[in-house]
Design a protein around this ligand. Structure first.
Ligand code: FA5
Length: 342
């Protein structure tokens, strides 16, 4: 009987390698291990054996069963692997299919959205996009812009100084890119420079210590204040609609002469006066002016030959006005409940 059992095992091992599909493998397994299979039949004879012998044969029968199962399992795994490889060859990925859980995808920050929109507008008018460092030299941020160390205008833009690094500040405005650009590209020049600025502010709903501006500069022969008004009007209408007007009122900035404070018609009340514009009908969004001759000279441009205008939009404020955001501090908070709305 021992011999019969071992023969059973050898038969199975010989046959299992020859099967070519999973269906035949199942049939073969049933033939040997099924309820009416060969092993069961062989075991029936065990009942007639003496106790001692039955124990020994029972042990061998279990070993045979185990060997058959192992061989079966190995072959089954081979078929599964083949099947997987086959279906992978047939499968294809639809890259346009919406992602499951796609609702948690990120979005572009509102400040970046408005920045990109304005970059597109300005490049369409022949402006280049310039850049400058956020950690800036005192020279580019103040001195070169006609604000010498003792000038009281420095008090208007108190900033963060860097310990152990004399003459280095976190830039208070993007105007620092004016001199860098003139020196790099010379005249004529049309550039815009968006970026982060920093001020030592007691923060409130309209003031942040970290905010964005968008600087602009146009230098050429015969550039006048009317060119400036024209360009700024295009920007205001692009942002807030065709009915928007701009109003320029004198304001002192040491790096421009004359300097102006720029307002746009309140987009909410269309100039009638409302809560947003504090009943004035106007919203203040930029500073601008004709570039001061000292600044042109500092940038290596001859003021007798060239003139130009410069402006600085409070980019963060533009975003607040565009989306009706009532507290500037939301924008740098990193709060997803706020950011998910854009
Ligand atoms: C300037 O920064 C000048 N550099 C602008 C300029 C450029 C004038 C070129 C002339 C020629 P001012 O400090 O006014 O100016 O800031 C400009 C705009 O930045 C403001 O109108 C406001 O919208 C925004 N801004 C200023 N301080 C803050 C702040 N703490 N938080 C948020 N936005 C601010």
């Amino acid at each position: 009987m021992k011999k019969d059992l071992e023969q059973l095992k050898d038969d199975f091992l010989a046959l299992v390698d020859k099967v070519t599909d999973r269906e035949s493998l199942e049939t073969l397994r049933n033939e040997f291990l099924g309820r009416k299979g060969k092993l069961k039949a062989a075991m029936k004879e065990m009942a007639q054996l003496a106790d001692e012998e039955r124990k020994a044969i029972g042990k061998i029968a279990n070993e045979v069963k185990e060997a058959i199962e192992v061989a079966y399992g190995g072959q089954e795994e081979t078929f599964k692997k083949l099947q997987r490889e086959e279906s992978m060859g047939k499968e294809w990925i639809d890259v346009t299919q919406p992602v499951i859980g796609g609702e948690s995808r990120g979005s572009i920050h509102p400040v970046t959205q408005v920045q990109q929109e304005l970059e597109d507008l300005f490049t369409s008018m022949g402006f280049i996009i310039a850049d400058g460092p956020e950690l800036e030299s005192d020279y580019y941020n103040f001195t070169a812009l006609n604000i010498p160390p003792t000038h009281p205008a420095r008090d208007m833009q108190d900033t963060f100084y860097v310990e152990g690094a004399d003459g280095v500040v976190m830039r208070t405005h993007t105007s620092s890119v004016q001199i860098r650009s003139m020196r790099r590209y010379g005249a004529p020049l049309r550039m815009v420079a968006p970026g982060r600025c920093f001020r030592n502010e007691a923060t409130d709903v309209r003031h942040e210590h970290t905010f964005h501006q968008l600087e602009g500069m146009m230098i050429d022969k015969g550039i006048s204040l009317s060119h400036m008004k024209g360009v700024l009007e295009i920007v205001a209408r692009h942002l807030y609609g065709e009915e928007t007007h701009i109003r320029l009122r004198p304001k002192f900035y040491p790096f421009v002469e004359p300097g102006v404070n720029g307002e746009v018609t309140c987009f909410l009340c269309k100039g009638d006066g409302c809560r947003l514009c504090k009943k004035t009908g106007w919203l203040e969004v930029f500073g601008a002016g004709m570039v001061h001759p000292n600044v042109l000279r500092e940038g290596g441009v001859d003021p007798d030959e060239y003139s130009g205008f410069a402006f600085g939009f409070g980019l963060t404020r533009l975003v607040m006005l565009k989306y009706g955001i009532d507290d500037i501090r939301h924008l740098e908070s990193g709060d997803l409940r706020f950011l998910k709305q854009f």
